[in-house]
Design a protein around this ligand. Structure first.
Ligand SMILES: *Cc1c(COP(=O)(O)O)cnc(C)c1O
Length: 415
């Protein structure tokens, strides 16, 4: 990254960005919602497209000077439709959260009922959790995972849907390591006359690369972030059936947002072109393979994996049997250059600020080209650190080995 332009006007900020860039290069990024966008994606999102205002949609703008912006947005829309096989795409949501809010604004009235996955069981805040606008303006009810196997219980979802008759059912999660059965959700939604929203923020790249079944044939609306496994710029995307196109577009603009972030739209088009390449399907498969290998090695070290393993890019680990809290483990791991997040596990007896688990994922390490051999080394480091989180000498030694590994696998766009 060339920071000389920033250096010339603001050396303090240049220094901070340089240090963050080095941190991203020299540590192992295991937060499953994070990735490394390509240098091309970063370049487009830092381009002059940020200077333009273009409220409205291609061919229907409120400002002049849209010849190229219209072409850019149409390209992004067409690539999103082609990649996901969707009838309509709206590429303007600023991020995943506003994408979901726009869908609620399009399909619901205040006070309407939503049925979604509980946050402590792996769902997302924006799916009706009480502290959010989605929980305050709508009547949200939540299904969870079974206590016995920590998997979604479609019988529970069906029973709750029949009893509550929600207007909207939401599937999709931020901390669920298993395949989501979109067809089963769609059958339930159809039976009770609800809309089905599939929020694939975490798994969009796996869906695009064919490593997770697609919700597009089943759901009325699909929302996603563009910066997680999809490896694009920071942003959001809504896919829907033709019949909902007008409602969705009006809800995004003028319903919720003002001018679209054209630099993000441009960068999304670049990321979607990358995701259309055969190499991206290889990437998606490698993400899942790496997560499986990492999980198997951790299980061999006695780690308790929620649901017993993973089908996707992430692992949720219950550290109760290791006698360490999620926060203590996450802090120690970071000292050793392994960056993850503490996370609640289903039926957690601890607090969300110091929960029982950690959540890790392989999207970013896989982008760096790491494979099964590196996953095994990582599991061995994690085992040693969780067994002795206060051993400063150990943490320092692992940090050195992590830095060496990172040098062998450079990350795009940083360093
Ligand atoms: C990350 C995430 C979001 C929110 O995305 P932001 O871009 O952070 O607003 C929404 N839904 C799910 C399931 C997510 O994992």
């Amino acid at each position: 990254m060339d920071l000389s332009l920033i250096e010339a006007v603001d050396s303090e900020m240049a220094g901070l960005i340089r240090r963050e860039s080095a941190r991203q290069a020299q540590t192992l990024r295991l937060i499953p919602s994070e990735n490394y966008a390509s240098a091309a994606v970063l370049a487009a999102s830092g381009s002059c497209l940020a200077n333009k205002y273009s409220e409205g949609y291609p061919g229907k703008r409120y400002y002049q000077g849209q010849a190229h912006i219209d072409a850019i947005e149409r390209l992004a829309i067409n690539r999103a439709k082609a990649l996901f096989g969707a009838e309509h795409a709206n590429v303007q949501p600023y991020s995943g959260s506003p994408a979901n809010l726009a869908v609620y604004f399009a399909l619901l009235e205040p006070g309407d009922r939503i049925l979604s996955m509980s946050l402590p069981h792996g769902g997302h805040l924006t799916h009706g959790w009480k502290v959010t606008i989605s929980g305050k303006y709508f009547e949200a009810h939540q299904y969870g995972v079974r206590e016995t196997d920590q998997r979604l219980d479609m019988d529970q979802v069906a029973a709750m849907a029949r009893e509550l008759k929600p207007k909207l059912i939401i599937c999709g999660a931020s901390a669920y390591p298993r395949v989501i059965d979109f067809a089963a959700f769609a059958a339930i939604a159809e039976e009770v006359g609800a809309y089905l929203l599939a929020d694939i923020a975490h798994i969009a790249g796996l869906v695009a690369g064919g490593a997770h079944p697609s919700p597009v044939p089943h759901a009325d609306v699909v929302t996603t972030t563009t910066h997680k496994t999809l490896r694009g710029p920071r942003g959001g995307l809504i896919l829907c059936r033709k019949g909902l196109r007008k409602k969705i577009d009006r809800a995004v603009f003028p319903g919720l947002q003002g001018g679209p972030h054209d630099q993000t739209t441009g960068a999304l088009a670049v990321a979607l072109a990358e995701a259309q390449q055969p190499a991206f399907a290889d990437y998606a498969r490698a993400v899942v393979d790496n997560a499986r290998v990492l999980g198997e090695r951790l299980a061999g070290h006695g780690f308790d994996l929620v649901s017993g393993g993973t089908d996707n890019h992430l692992l949720l680990i219950d550290l109760t049997s290791k006698g360490v809290s999620g926060k203590v483990a996450a802090v120690a791991l970071e000292q050793a250059g392994i960056v993850c997040n503490a996370n609640s596990v289903p039926f957690d007896k601890r607090t969300p600020f110091d929960p029982s688990g950690i959540r890790i994922g392989t999207p970013a390490l896989t982008t760096r080209g790491m494979g099964p051999g590196e996953m095994k080394r990582l599991a061995d480091w994690m085992q040693a650190i969780v067994a002795a989180p206060d051993d400063e000498a150990l943490l320092g030694r692992v940090a050195g080995e992590v830095a060496e590994l990172c040098e062998q696998f450079p990350a795009p766009g940083v360093g």
